[in-house]
Design a protein around this ligand. Sequence first.
Ligand SMILES: [Zn+2]
Length: 120
Amino acid sequence: MSRLLSRSHFRHTPLDTCHFVGIDEKGKEFVMPKYDIYVSCPECHGEHPMGIGIHLDDGPDEKRSIGDSYQGKSLPPQVSAIQGHKCLCLKTGKEFRQEDNEQVFLVPTWALPRRPMPPV
Ligand SMILES: [Zn+2]
């Protein structure tokens, strides 16, 4: 175990701050990129954050819709869990559900502009 935690094991990448880094059961380091979910809004035709972040190990490198990212593949459980999730339109104050996978977007957190994160 001490070998795994030795100084030489650490690697610094620009993604350090937004990746969940761990060591799997085989002692190999792995990273889980984090994604924010954005939904296009039928009320104001804008786009709103769903306020949910998920970790995906096979997600897209840039903002992409769920339908596009997983075309012909089965959705990871984290993604199916947010399907049909209630969203709030920040402009009209109306709640809506976006059922169309082409209108729900995975946005890598490292692609977002840096800003202070609100406390969870
Ligand atoms: Zn809206």
